[in-house]
Each structure stands twice: as C-alpha cells, then as structure tokens.
Design a protein around this ligand. Structure first.
Ligand code: ADP
Ligand code: MG
Length: 348
C-alpha cells in the first residue's frame, strides 16, 4: 500500500524562493527512500510539507491515501504522531536527561506512567543506551545524541521516520552506525525516508533515490543575483523594527486555519477554549523543542495515572539548569528499571 504520495508538488515561499517544482513520487509502506541533492535542494522542505508545517503552493500530498490538505488544523497533531523526525542537530532538550527526553512525547500524549516506563526501557535497549539513561545531552557524544533522538522519534510508534541529514554532524564511522540503526528500524517495519547529501551513504544504502536537484530548475533559472545595497538593508531593518513580522511557519498555520474555517459549518465549530486546547496540542507534536517545553508544562487533565509524571516534568522544566550537574545514581544497575521516584529530584 502506498503510504505517501506527492502529486506534482511545487513549494514557493512568500519571498519568491522556489524549493522545488512539480515533484512527484510515491512511497510504499515499509520502504526506504533516499532524498538526495545538495544543500538548498529542498530535502527539509519535503519533511516540513509531510508533517503539515508547510502547505504546497501547487499539487497534492496524500498520506495513507488521504489528502493532507483535508486534515483540520485541530487534528494535525494526530497526523504528526505518525511521522517521527530525526534532525541533523539532534534537538534534544538540554534540561532533560536521556530518559526524560525519550519519555517526553509519551507524556505529552497522556500515556500512563507504567506505559511510559515500559516503552522508554524498550527504546533505550533498542538504541543500546540503557546505561546512559540518567545522563544529560551535554554529556553524550554526537553518535549517542543521535541515537537518543532516534529513540525519541520512535516513542509514538510512528509509521514513518524522516531522518533529515542524520549523519551531517558525525564522523564517518559513527554515521555508518546511525545508518545501520535506521536500516534496522526499517527492517522492523517502519517506513524510512532518509535525506542526505553524503555520497558514501547514497552509495551504500540500496534504496530508491529521489534527486531533488532535478526539480529545482525554476529556482536556478528564475533567480538572477540581485544587488543589495547597505541602504536597502537599513530600510529593511527599520521596517522590521516597526512591525512585528510573522514567521513563515505562523503564516502557514494561518493559511491552514483559514482553510479550516471556510469548510467548517457553524454547528461543529469548537468553543474558544476548545480551540486553544486543540491548537496547543497540535503544536506539541511539531518538532520545535520550544513548543514541546511549553506543552509539557500543561499537565493532562482528568488522568490520575499521568499526574505524578506530569508534576515530575513540570518541576523539571520550571527548574533552571544547574551549571555542573553530575548524573545521579544509575537505577539501571542490577537491571532495575528506573521508576519516576528514582528520577525525582531528591532535594525537595
Ligand atoms: P535542503 O534541506 O535540501 O538544504 P531546504 O528544504 O532547507 O533545502 O531549502 C530549499 C530552498 O527553500 C532553499 O533555497 C531555502 O533557502 C528555501 N527555503 C526553505 N525554507 C524557507 C522559508 N521558510 N522561507 C523562504 N525560503 C525557504
Ligand atoms: Mg535541510
């Protein structure tokens, strides 16, 4: 079954930049696809379109045979759970230790303490980092950080993993280990989309390849180098100071919300309170760590089982990071699974 379909997709940004035009491809469930092409060819844009962070300027994207543009803004977080994203720079949360970084998506989802403990234990075992559970990101090597970010991407059991230049910050040997881990995850059933411009990986991974540079002609032909004077820069800067500019992402979110509003009948329109709740939920699944922190502060309501872990995360996130924090005692010793009590700060 086809899990992803891009049908003649063009992405043009508001400043006129065209990431690619008329891009079509299909991914079958369980397949591995390599997106290749130099920096700027649109690899990250494919990922952002797929998670609904950007919307296509032309063409259509189908996920599990359903059009992405028909997913309502307040349902986007459910779609995003199906796609785990792995970033070049890991995007781990510095204030949380390894165990907590992997547990966070499950906590946001409102899983019970028992489910979280079991799943995090399994994921750390899969990426072979059980013994680093209580370490903080700054105490990990690049390869270890990337393995933790892979474990976190898998927390919600996504259908698809999009690894965006996962080896970009790693030496060759460590990079190969990461590719090996991703391939193993794919063999266990998760569809793998791998964006890379590393010729070694492109050569080694025997999968279907999509060279995005073949779809960027319009950008190359259309954009003549424009001279920018100091005066232009000064006037642009003062313009920016006068009005608070919307980020591209905000613009995209607004476009999607407008689309939703047009379609919705008055009858099923949510109350303002519901809207707030839903939109913060959908933000929580976006890859931005800032947004994840914001969401983690809000404890799931009416769920007694998660309240303990909820207050645990809230306490952690409200605490300022200590300068030189030593990892606490490792509860994994003697094969003991850490419980929330083990992880709670002892000085309170
Ligand atoms: P890659 O990941 O292959 O390096 P990207 O997808 O990041 O490429 O970018 C493709 C092109 O789209 C680049 O020219 C980039 O500058 C442009 N681009 C990406 N995101 C935006 C944005 N939010 N606003 C304007 N241009 C963008
Ligand atoms: Mg990129």
């Amino acid at each position: 079954m086809s899990i992803i379909k891009f049908k003649g997709v063009t992405k043009r940004f508001s400043d006129g930049t065209v990431a690619f035009s008329n891009l079509s491809f299909e991914v079958d469930e369980g397949e591995t696809i390599l997106f290749t092409g130099p920096s700027g060819s649109g690899k990250t844009t494919v990922m952002r379109l797929l998670i609904g962070e950007y919307i296509p300027s032309q063409g259509e994207i189908l996920f599990e045979e359903g059009p992405l543009n028909q997913i309502k803004h307040n349902r986007l977080h459910l779609h995003r759970r199906k796609i785990g994203v792995v970033f070049q720079d890991y995007k781990l949360i510095e204030e949380l230790n390894v165990w907590e970084n992997v547990a966070l998506p499950l906590f946001i989802r409102g899983e019970s303490q028992a489910v979280i403990e079991e799943r995090v234990t399994d994921l750390l075992k899969l990426v072979e980092l059980t013994d680093k559970a209580l370490m903080f990101p700054r105490q990990l090597s690049g390869g270890e950080s990337q393995r933790i970010s892979i474990a976190r991407a898998l927390a919600n059991s996504p259908k698809v993993i999009f690894a965006d230049e996962p080896t970009g910050n790693l030496d060759q040997e460590t990079g190969e280990r990461i590719i090996h881990l991703l391939t193993k995850i794919n063999e266990l059933g998760t569809t793998l989309l791998l964006a890379t411009h590393d010729p070694l990986i492109i050569k080694e991974v025997g999968a279907k390849k999509i060279d995005l540079s073949e779809f960027t002609q319009e950008k190359k032909e259309g954009s003549k180098p424009k001279k920018i004077s100091i005066e232009d820069l000064v006037s642009e800067k003062s313009k920016n100071n006068q009005k608070e500019e919307k980020s591209n992402q905000e613009e995209e979110e607004e476009k999607r919300e407008e689309g939703d509003k047009k379609e919705e009948t008055k009858k099923d329109e949510p109350t303002e309170k519901e809207k707030d709740k839903e939109s913060s939920k959908s933000e929580a699944d976006s890859p931005s760590e800032k947004i994840i922190i914001k969401q983690a502060d809000q404890q799931p309501k009416n769920n007694e089982k998660t309240s303990k872990i909820g207050s645990f995360f809230s306490k952690l996130l409200s605490k300022k990071p200590k300068k030189k924090e030593k990892p606490s005692k490792n509860p994994y010793k003697n094969n003991k699974q850490p419980s929330i009590e083990d992880l709670l700060p002892k000085d309170e």
